[in-house]
Design a protein. Structure first.
Length: 1175
C-alpha cells in the first residue's frame, strides 16, 4: 500500500519523504523481528517457531510459484533461479514484447493464487543476460515494453563493486557491452588483447590501477594481519604519528614490481610513492592475471572463452622487472639490479636466475652464444675505448686478463629489442670451438704473453715506449684500433664503406695470418651479397650470391648474421659450394658478419687458410669478432648521424613550407603540392596523393588531391570536385582513414587489401604503397600516400618515419586551413548579423518626424543648468530633444551634422534595454551632469575631449544587461571571454563605436582625430567601472595633496576625466531625496532581480541584492554615500570648485537617510551585512 501511494503521489515531495520513511520503517521492523526470533542463543527474543514459519512460508510460496510457471505449457518458461522473494524466468526464443506479455501473465497468476498482501510484480526483462551465481547477474535491461534502447544493468559483479581497481570495471563493462551488442567473441578478444597490450607497454593511467579499501582502525584488525591498507598505515605512522587515516576512509594503493619470492604485502605502495620514485613500476602481470582475468573469466567461461589462453598466446617482448630491495629506497645497490631480467640471456626462456638451467648444463654452447650476442650489449665504441685506455695505463706491464664479462662490455651500443638468433652446433658438424676443454675453466681470456694478442690490443691503448722506429706511423695505420678510429672519423664525412671495410679486411688478414680474404657487401633490397673485387668493374664482372643457406659460407653467414669458423670448409655439408669458387687448397675458413646494432648485416669478411697452415683458433676468433663489432658500431653511428641530419633538413624544409602558408604567401593546394612533391622526391617514389577528410560529414568522406598538369606544363596536385567516400571499396586510403593506422605494402598484387580496379581505371601499375594517416588532436584529418618505390624493394621503416614527420606537418596545415575556413565563415556570418543589427538599430520614423517638427528647442525647462535638476514626468518624451540641445549648446553648429546627430541619439535610446535602473533615463541624467560640468569649465577641455565626454556620457551603459560584472563571471557570460576586465564597460564601448561608425555625427573630423576621439571615449566609458574608481581616487588624491597637478600632463588629465565620469555616473545620489529615492528603488529592483537568479544557482546573494534584507537599505545608503559618493564629489570639487553643489547634494541626502534611521529606531549600522556592488 505504501509503494502504491508513493506512485500515486509522485509529485508531492513532502508526502514522498513521509512515505519513504514509512516503508523503510516497515522493512526494518520486519527484518529485525525475524532476526530476533530466529536467533537461538544470541537473540533478544528467541522464538525458533516464528523464524522457521517465516522461512518455510516463504519457501512454500516460492516453490508454488515455480511449479505454476513450469507446469504451464503455453508460457514455455523455465525458472533458472529463485531466492527469497524473487525468481528469474527463462523464456527461450521469445521476443521482448512476448516476454513482457508472459511476465505480466505470470505475475497476475501468482498474485491471484496467493492470499493478500502477497503480490508478484514483473520488474524488468533482460535481453541478453549473463547469470553468474546467486545475486550476481548482468545484462541489457528493459523496464517497459515501450522502451527502445536498453539499459546496462549489473548486480554483484565487479562493474558495480568498489573493491577492485578502475581498470577491472572498465574492461569488464566494455567487454560485456561488445558481447551483448555484436554477439561476436572475436571482437571481445581483440579488445581485451589490445587492452592487455596497453597495460604491458605502460600506456595506461595510474588512476586505473589504484585499489581503494576502507580503513577500519588499527584496533579492529587482528595482530599480524596482512592487509594492504594496514601495511601502508604502519609505514606512515613510523614517519609521522599524525598520518593515520580516519576510520572508514578509503585508502588508495597500488601493487608494484619486486624481487621474486617477495610477499605480496611487501609490494603495496601508495600512488604518491610511484610519482616520487621513478624506479617503481606497477606489477602489470599481477594486475592482468590476478585482478583483471578472474572477473572476466567468471563471465566469459560461460560461453567457452578462456582469457588466460588469450593472454598466454599474445606475442611478448623481453621485459625487465625491478629487483631493488624495498630497504634501498629505490636506489640500485648491486650490479644485478642493472642487468637482471625475466628471460634467460642466452635462449630467452622464462627464468628468474639470469641464465636458465638448460644453458648452465651446456657451458660450451652458452659461451659461444654469449660471444655471438656481443653486438647487442649496451656499450658504445667510445666508452669501450676509454675504459681500455684507463685499464691498460693502470697495468702498464699488461698483466692480467680480459674476462668474458669485460670482453662483453667492449661492444657497440644497441637499442634493439630483438635477440640475435643462434643455432646450436650439432655433433654431426665440426665444433667451432672443439679445442676447448669443458672440464677446465670455460671463460675465454686474453693471454698477454701471446704476441698476436699484444698486436691486437696495443693499437687500442697508449703504451709508453722508450723509442719508436721511423716507420712506426706506417705500421700503426695497419693496426685494427687505428683503423676503427679512422673508420669512425671517416664515416662522419663520407659514406664510402666499401674502401674502408676493404682496408680493415686486409688488416685482419695480416693479424690473423690468413692466406687470403674476401669481402662481400650486402644488398638488402635485392637480397644478395656482392663480392668486392679489387679489379675495376670494367675488367671483371661482379659476383653475386643470394642470401640464403645451402650455397656458400658467406651467403650462410649473411643469412644467419652469425660468425662461422670451420676447420674444413670443403667437408662441411652446410656449404656445398664452399667459398664460391674452386680452390682445393682452401681448408680452414673464418667468416664474420659486420652487423649493426639494429641487426642489419652490412658486409661479410671471409678469412681463409690453405692446407699448409693450421686451422683458425680461439684468439683469431676473438680478434675478428671484436674488430667487426666495433666496425658495426661505427657504421651505425654514422647512419644515425645521417638520419639525424636528414631529419633536421626535413624539419627545416617543412617549417619553411608551413611558414609560407601561415604568412599567406601560398594557397593550401600549393602547400599540399609542395609537401607531396617533397615527400615523393625524398623517399624516391613514383607518385603521391593526398586526402583531406571533411570534418563535419555524416560519413567518412574527404577531398582528394591528385596529380594533373597546369597551364605551363608542370605537374601539380589538384583538388577533385567529387568527394571521396572512405568505404570498404575505397582501397588503401579508406582502410587507413577508418583504422587510423599506417599501411606499408611491399607487393600490392599479393595483398588482399589492394583493389586492382583502381589500376585498371587509371592505366597505372602499383607495385608498392606507403599510406600514412594524418592525425589531429582527437581524430583523423587526412591521408598521405606514396606509390611505387623507385629504388629498392618497397618502402622501408626509415621511409615510414620520414613520412610520419611529414604527416605531422600536414596535420598542422589541414588544421590551420580548417581554422582559416571557419574564421572566414564566422566572419561572413558576423557581417550578416551586423547588417541585421544595424537595420534593427535604426530609429523609428515616428520619433524622427516628431523631432523634425521643431528644429529648435522651445521652452527649455527651468533650472536645467543646475545639478539638482531632474527631468519631470511630463518631459520624459522630450529626452532625445533635450540631449540634442546639450550637444548643440556645447559644440559649434559646424562641428555636427544635426540630422545624423538626431538619428544617432534615437538609435542610442533604442539600444538601451528596459532595465529598472540602467536605462536611457539613467544615461540622460549622466549626460545632463556632464553637460553642466563642461559648461562651467569649457576652457579646460579641448574640442575632442568635449565631444568624447558628451558621447561617452550618453552611451556609457549601452546594451546593459541589468547585471554586475561579477554576475557575468559567475554565469560564464560570453563577454567574460572577450575582455580581461570591465566586461560590461568594454561592451558598452563596442556598441558605441558601432553606432558612431554608422552615423557620421562629426563630418568634419579627420580619420586621425576620429581615432583620438575613440580612445577618449573608451577611457571615459571604462572609468565608470567602480573597480577602477578606487584606484584612480588614490592616485588623484596623491597628486592633489602634493600640489603637482599639471594640466599638460596626460596622466593627470586622464585622472581628472575619470573622476569626472564617475561623479556624473553617481550624480543620481546628489539629487534631492524624493528624486534619489526613486533612483535608489529602481537600482534595488535591478539588484533584487540578480539576487533571485543567484539563489537559483545555489549561491548566497550579497546583502544589497537580497530582497529579504530590504530593511537594511537606509544603512546601506548612508554607507555608500559616505564611502563612495561624497569622497568622489569632494575630489571633483578640489579640481573644479564650481561643482560644489554635487557634494552638498550628496551630504544632504546622507543626512536625510540618517534621519530615517533615527525615526525607525535603528541607530546601529551593521557593516558586515552591507557589501557594496554597484555598476
Amino acid at each position: 500500500m505504501v509503494k502504491k501511494s508513493m506512485k500515486q503521489n509522485s509529485e508531492d515531495k513532502l508526502l514522498q519523504r513521509v512515505l519513504h520513511s514509512r516503508q523503510l520503517g516497515l522493512k526494518l521492523i520486519a527484518n529485525v523481528t525475524y532476526g530476533y526470533t530466529a536467533a537461538n542463543f544470541s537473540g533478544r527474543m528467541p522464538s525458533v517457531e516464528v523464524g522457521d514459519s517465516v522461512v518455510s512460508k516463504g519457501r512454500e510460496t516460492l516453490m508454488r510459484a515455480i511449479k505454476l510457471i513450469e507446469n504451464t505449457p503455453r508460457w514455455g518458461a523455465k525458472v533458472v533461479y529463485g531466492d527469497t522473494d524473487s525468481i528469474f524466468v527463462l523464456v527461450s526464443g521469445k521476443t521482448k514484447e512476448s516476454a513482457f506479455k508472459i511476465g505480466e501473465e505470470i505475475a497476475d497468476q501468482v498474485t491471484n493464487d496467493n492470499p493478500s498482501p502477497v503480490k508478484l510484480k514483473l520488474e524488468k526483462i533482460f535481453q541478453p543476460c549473463i547469470l553468474q551465481t546467486k545475486k550476481r547477474y548482468v545484462g541489457y535491461m528493459y523496464e517497459s515494453v515501450n522502451q527502445t534502447e536498453p539499459e546496462f544493468c549489473a548486480k554483484g559483479i565487479e562493474t558495480v563493486r568498489r573493491d577492485g581497481c578502475p581498470a577491472v570495471s572498465k574492461m569488464l563493462e566494455k567487454s560485456l557491452k561488445i558481447l551483448f551488442e555484436t554477439r561476436d567473441v572475436s571482437l571481445v578478444r581483440k579488445y581485451v588483447v589490445r587492452q592487455f597490450s596497453k597495460l604491458l607497454t605502460g600506456r595506461v593511467s595510474l588512476q586505473d590501477l589504484i585499489f581503494a579499501k576502507e580503513y577500519r582502525g588499527a584496533s579492529n584488525y587482528r595482530p599480524g594481519a596482512c592487509v594492504p591498507v594496514l601495511e601502508l598505515t604502519r609505514k606512515w605512522l613510523a614517519v609521522d604519528k599524525r598520518s593515520e587515516p580516519r576510520c572508514g576512509e578509503r585508502v588508495p594503493y597500488v601493487i608494484v614490481n619486486g624481487p621474486p619470492g617477495l610477499p605480496l604485502i611487501k609490494l603495496v605502495r601508495s600512488p604518491r610513492e610511484l610519482f616520487i620514485d621513478t624506479n617503481l613500476r606497477p606489477n602489470i602481470l599481477y594486475y592482468i592475471t590476478k585482478a583483471i582475468i578472474p572477473p572476466l573469466n567468471r563471465c566469459f567461461t560461460l560461453i567457452g572463452a578462456d582469457l588466460n589462453k588469450w593472454f598466454n598466446n599474445m606475442p611478448r617482448k623481453q621485459m625487465q622487472i625491478c629487483r631493488i630491495s624495498p630497504d634501498s629506497k629505490g636506489k640500485k645497490t648491486a650490479i644485478s639490479h642493472y642487468f637482471i631480467s625475466t628471460d634467460c640471456v642466452v635462449c630467452s626462456q622464462q627464468t628468474q636466475d639470469g641464465v636458465c638451467e638448460d644453458c648452465r648444463n651446456s657451458p660450451q654452447e652458452t659461451l659461444v652464444t654469449f660471444y655471438t650476442k656481443i653486438r647487442l650489449w649496451n656499450r658504445s665504441y667510445e666508452e669501450a675505448h676509454s675504459n681500455c685506455v684507463n685499464d691498460i695505463i693502470k697495468n702498464r706491464n699488461m698483466s692480467g686478463s680480459f674476462e668474458g664479462d669485460s670482453f662483453a662490455k667492449m661492444r657497440s651500443n644497441t637499442d634493439s629489442e630483438e635477440d640475435a638468433s643462434f643455432t646450436l652446433i650439432k655433433p654431426t658438424y665440426p665444433a667451432p670451438l672443439s679445442k676447448l676443454d669443458t672440464t677446465k675453466q670455460t671463460r675465454l681470456s686474453f693471454s698477454t704473453s701471446d704476441r698476436a694478442t699484444k698486436r691486437v690490443i696495443a693499437p687500442y691503448v697508449r703504451v709508453v715506449r722508450r723509442g719508436q722506429p721511423q716507420n712506426q706511423t706506417k705500421k700503426k695505420k695497419n693496426k685494427p684500433s687505428v683503423l676503427t678510429r679512422n673508420l669512425s672519423a671517416f664515416l662522419s664525412d663520407t659514406v664510402d664503406l666499401c674502401s674502408i671495410i676493404t682496408e680493415s679486411a686486409d688488416v685482419l688478414k695480416g693479424v690473423c695470418k690468413a692466406s687470403g680474404v674476401n669481402l662481400y657487401m650486402t644488398d638488402a633490397a635485392a637480397g644478395v651479397i656482392c663480392q668486392n673485387s679489387r679489379i675495376p668493374a670494367s675488367d671483371k664482372y661482379q659476383v653475386n650470391w643470394k642470401i640464403e643457406p645451402g650455397h656458400t659460407i658467406a651467403a650462410f653467414v649473411a643469412y644467419q648474421k652469425e660468425y662461422v669458423m670451420v676447420d674444413d670448409v670443403l667437408g662441411d655439408i652446410r656449404f656445398p659450394e664452399g667459398v664460391g669458387y674452386k680452390d682445393e687448397t682452401i681448408k680452414s675458413v673464418l667468416c664474420v658478419p659486420i652487423v649493426s646494432p639494429d641487426d642489419n648485416c652490412i658486409a661479410v669478411i671471409e678469412l681463409y687458410r690453405d692446407v699448409t697452415q693450421p686451422v683458425f683458433g680461439r684468439d683469431d676468433l676473438k680478434i675478428a669478432v671484436v674488430v667487426t663489432g666495433w666496425m658495426g658500431a661505427a657504421i651505425h653511428q654514422n647512419q644515425q648521424r645521417v638520419e639525424l641530419q636528414k631529419q633536421t633538413e626535413l624539419h627545416y624544409y617543412m617549417m619553411n613550407i608551413v611558414k609560407c602558408y601561415f604568412c599567406g604567401e601560398a594557397s593550401q593546394e600549393d602547400v599540399i603540392t609542395e609537401i607531396v612533391n617533397f615527400a615523393r622526391s625524398m623517399l624516391v617514389a613514383e607518385r603521391g596523393s593526398f586526402y583531406a577528410i571533411e570534418p563535419k560529414s555524416d560519413s567518412l568522406e574527404g577531398k582528394a588531391y591528385e596529380y594533373g598538369i597546369d597551364g605551363i606544363g608542370a605537374e601539380r596536385l589538384y583538388k577533385k570536385h567529387l568527394k571521396v567516400k572512405f568505404n570498404q571499396d575505397s582501397g588503401i586510403p579508406g582502410i587507413v582513414a577508418r583504422e587510423c593506422e599506417p599501411i606499408n605494402i611491399i607487393d600490392t598484387y599479393q595483398d588482399a587489401r589492394f583493389n586492382k580496379e583502381h589500376d585498371e581505371k587509371l592505366g597505372f601499375i602499383s607495385r608498392s604503397i606507403l599510406s600514412y594517416p594524418i592525425m589531429g588532436p582527437n581524430k583523423i584529418l587526412g591521408v598521405i600516400q606514396l606509390v611505387n618505390k623507385i629504388k629498392g624493394n618497397g618502402f622501408s621503416t626509415a621511409d615510414e618515419n620520414v613520412l610520419k614527420t611529414i604527416a605531422s606537418y600536414c596535420s598542422v596545415v589541414i588544421e590551420f586551413g580548417r581554422l582559416k575556413h571557419e574564421f572566414l565563415t564566422t566572419e561572413r556570418i558576423n557581417q550578416c548579423y551586423l547588417e541585421m543589427l544595424h537595420y534593427h538599430m535604426q530609429p523609428c520614423r515616428h520619433d524622427i518626424s516628431y523631432i523634425e517638427a521643431s528644429n529648435r528647442m522651445e521652452g527649455i525647462p527651468e533650472n536645467f543648468d543646475e545639478f539638482s535638476w531632474y527631468i519631470p514626468n511630463d518631459y520624459m518624451g522630450l529626452m532625445p530633444r533635450l540631449t540634442l540641445y546639450c550637444f548643440s549648446a556645447i559644440l559649434k553648429h559646424s562641428e555636427i551634422n544635426y540630422t545624423n546627430m538626431m538619428h544617432f541619439v534615437l538609435a542610442v535610446k533604442k539600444s538601451y534595454r528596459e532595465n529598472p535602473y540602467h536605462s536611457f533615463l539613467h544615461a540622460f541624467n549622466v549626460h545632463h551632469c556632464v553637460y553642466n560640468i563642461i559648461k562651467r569649465n569649457e576652457h579646460v577641455f579641448d574640442p575632442i575631449e568635449t565631444k568624447a565626454f558628451l558621447v561617452a556620457a550618453l552611451c556609457h551603459d549601452l546594451d546593459h544587461r541589468g547585471f554586475t560584472n561579477n554576475f557575468l563571471q559567475l554565469a560564464s557570460n560570453p563577454l567574460v571571454e572577450l575582455y580581461e576586465e570591465s566586461y560590461l564597460e568594454n561592451h558598452h564601448y563596442f556598441v558605441t563605436m558601432l553606432l558612431l561608425k554608422n552615423y557620421e555625427i562629426f563630418p568634419a573630423m579627420s580619420p586621425t582625430a576620429f581615432e583620438t576621439l575613440s580612445k577618449e571615449i573608451k577611457h571615459c566609458i571604462l572609468s565608470t567601472d567602480l573597480a577602477q574608481y578606487f584606484r584612480v581616487r588614490t592616485k588623484l588624491m596623491h597628486v592633489h595633496y602634493e600640489e603637482t597637478l599639471d594640466w599638460n600632463n596626460s596622466i593627470h588629465r586622464n585622472l581628472v576625466k575619470s573622476i569626472m565620469m564617475t561623479a556624473s555616473d553617481l550624480s543620481g545620489q546628489c539629487k534631492p531625496y524624493h528624486v534619489s529615492k526613486k533612483i535608489t528603488d529602481a537600482l534595488y529592483r535591478e539588484f533584487y532581480n540578480q539576487g533571485d537568479i543567484e539563489k537559483t544557482f545555489g549561491l548566497c546573494p550579497l546583502s544589497m541584492m537580497d530582497r529579504d534584507k530590504v530593511n537594511l537599505i537606509p544603512e546601506d545608503q548612508v554607507q555608500f554615500l559616505s564611502v563612495v559618493v561624497i569622497p568622489c564629489t569632494e575630489l571633483l570639487e578640489l579640481v573644479f570648485p564650481n561643482t560644489e553643489d554635487l557634494k552638498k547634494g550628496a551630504k544632504t541626502l546622507r543626512d536625510t537617510w540618517r534621519r530615517i534611521i533615527e525615526l525607525r529606531g535603528q541607530k546601529l549600522w551593521r557593516q558586515e551585512e552591507s557589501v557594496v556592488s554597484l555598476e
